[in-house]
Design a protein around this ligand. Structure first.
Ligand code: 9UX
Length: 72
């Protein structure tokens, strides 16, 4: 089944930041969609259950220069 993983992203201040993070997440193998909410600082990532690890997502975000952490 499809699953969603949310991660918190800090340091974004504009729509270009959002695009950078979304593109970085979308490039992670197994990810089928990524949407970032600038107001809440949350990224919602869609993927088949078990296809990605939270660590993969955090690493992808941090490579863009923004700070990421797991939620819950
Ligand atoms: Mo514009 Mo967002 O320089 O970092 S991309 S504020």
């Amino acid at each position: 089944p499809e699953a969603r993983t949310e991660v918190a992203v800090a340091g974004m201040t504009c729509a270009s930041c959002v695009s950078r993070v979304e593109r970085a997440l979308a490039r992670v193998p197994g990810v089928t969609g990524a949407a970032v909410n600038l107001a809440t600082g949350r990224a919602t990532v869609r993927h088949p259950a078990g296809a990605v690890t939270e660590a993969d997502l955090l690493e992808a975000v941090e490579e863009t220069g923004y700070e990421a952490r797991g939620i819950g």
